[in-house]
Design a protein. Structure first.
Length: 512
């Protein structure tokens, strides 16, 4: 059991990765650091004093958005918060699995002590997580402008006992889920519902899952690229550290290092060291440059996410001198652009992987049998695997157009520029899942190609990857029903790609 301490300031990417992979709430627990809770109490005292003094403050005793000039009488301030949650629970589509990350991120941001909520709200969020009550949050309906209003309102509504929630894997009414966990419906005090829903944790949670999964996929792409390089009898010269030392992008350096490590003690490379071929195609010799650029985009998006996870993103903010100021920290532009940038970089991984698949299956571009099968003509082999890779890559390209440039005014044009951040993050998640399939198909083709080079042995890391794949998927002697093989290597739920990577790292040490 791992415990993550929340204080608003120190969530790291390792924490976010653990939360992203704990969607059944079994291995991670949250803990509130006492000093952070004291900040929350001081902030709330300022809000309570402002209410007693009769000050007009947005979202505390006024309407919302275009209705900000409408003053709400004191006796109805808690009703205002409840109505805000119910009216804004306009989500649609499918439930997300990242709700637990979203809950943790919201609690963490409120603990910075600038949101004016009570300690009870933060405690309740942590209790929801730790007791395994996961509200059903639908993925569509937010533009990420005044925060992720619709998804977070669904969270708040579930805390009231409205809507549905999971307890473990069982879905039930939110009221039943609260009863099962021994929690009463939460009573939102003035400003608390607004503080809950004005923020970016929904988008951040989606991006956290993408980044956690992409971290391994970037390594697996290097494994697939190295396997293809050997199957195609490519050259190791373009991976010489002297090339990359003079263009020292961190991702490029890391990818070149990984390929060199994977190909240590390769008999395949040694067998054609004196061949007359001058240069390989870009899809082979530019692996460090393309894979590396995706790595650098990943690092950029990770840094944006970690910064956002430890930021105050609601509105208005409560300051220690008593000022309560309205601004725009809820606007998700930075997350939207980071997600769009990462999406484009992941698509490039699919592009170059599909080209390597084509080179392995096309006899005009390699020394391998046509479509990687004996008796071709009678057998079609991996012909349709390349077609599938092309189709998947085309889908990725269709999703590569950025969402963050498509602002549509909302809220009667009070919110006249919106970032479409949740759409960018959802699109990035969709592309990641599709790229994973393309890389899986490359691994399948590369393993088949290496088998045609026997008895020559590939590099130590490639050998480990090949051996682990072959434990699950047999060499294609002749045409057979391929779907079970494809499921094993491309399914989002399959653990084979992770196990291939683990086998490689056991053989040669951690990849960068």
């Amino acid at each position: 059991m791992r415990t993550i301490g929340l204080d608003g300031e120190s969530l790291g990417f390792a924490d976010l990765r653990a939360l992203s992979r704990d969607f059944l709430q079994r291995e991670v627990r949250l803990r509130i650091k006492p000093a952070a809770l004291r900040r929350v109490s001081r902030s709330r005292q300022i809000v309570d004093r402002a209410i007693r003094e009769g000050r007009t403050i947005y979202g505390i005793n006024t309407g919302f958005g275009l209705l900000a000039d409408t003053r709400i009488e004191p006796r109805r301030l808690e009703e205002l918060q409840e109505r805000l949650l119910l009216s804004h629970s306009a989500g649609m589509g499918l439930p997300i699995r990242e709700t637990g990350v979203m809950i943790a991120l919201r609690a963490n941001a409120l603990l910075l002590g600038y949101s004016g909520v009570t300690p009870g709200l933060v405690r309740r969020l942590v209790e929801l997580y730790n007791r395994g009550v996961i509200p059903v949050i639908l993925e569509q309906g937010s533009v990420g402008a005044s925060g992720d209003l619709a998804p977070l309102a669904q969270l708040g509504a579930a805390m009231l006992g409205q809507g549905e929630a999971f307890v473990g894997t069982k879905k039930m009414s939110a009221s039943a889920a609260l009863r099962k966990a021994g929690l009463p419906p939460y009573r939102f005090r003035p400003k608390e519902a607004l503080s809950l829903i004005n923020g970016t944790p929904f988008t951040a949670a989606l991006l956290a899952r993408v980044l956690a999964d992409a971290e391994d996929l970037l390594k697996l792409a290097d494994v697939a690229g190295a396997m293809s390089l050997e199957a195609l009898k490519g050259s190791l010269k373009p991976f010489d550290p002297r090339f990359h030392r003079h263009r020292p992008h961190p991702g490029q350096l890391a990818s070149a290092h990984n390929v060199r490590a994977l190909l240590i003690r390769s008999e395949v490379l040694e067998s054609h060291r004196q061949c007359q071929k001058v240069q390989d195609a870009y899809s082979l010799r530019c692996i460090p440059q393309v894979h590396g650029a995706a790595r650098d985009a990943w690092t950029y998006a990770r840094d944006i996410l970690v910064r956002e996870a430890n930021s105050v993103t609601d509105n208005p903010l409560v300051f220690e001198n008593g000022d309560i100021l309205s601004g725009g920290n809820f606007h998700g532009q930075s997350l939207a652009q980071a997600a769009d940038f990462l999406t484009a970089s992941l698509v490039s991984l699919a592009n170059i992987s599909e080209r390597r698949i084509d080179r392995m299956t096309n006899p005009e571009l390699s020394e391998l049998p046509a479509f990687l099968v004996k008796d071709n003509g009678l057998n079609s082999g991996f012909m349709m695997v390349q077609v599938a890779a092309a189709a998947l890559t085309a889908e990725c390209r269709a999703d590569a157009a950025p969402a963050s440039v498509h602002s549509i005014p909302t809220g009667a044009s009070k919110e006249d520029h919106v970032p479409m951040a949740p759409i960018a993050a959802r699109k990035c998640r969709r592309v990641l899942d599709t790229v994973r399939k393309v890389i899986g198909l490359e691994l399948l083709c590369a393993a088949q190609g290496l088998d045609f080079l026997r008895p020559l042995k590939p590099g130590k890391g490639v050998r480990a990857a090949h051996a682990r794949l072959r434990r699950e998927i047999a060499f294609l002697e002749s045409d057979r029903f391929l779907r079970p093989d494809l499921e094993k290597i491309t399914s989002v739920s399959s653990r084979l790609p992770e196990e291939i990577l683990a086998s490689v790292e056991k053989a040669i040490g951690p990849l960068f």
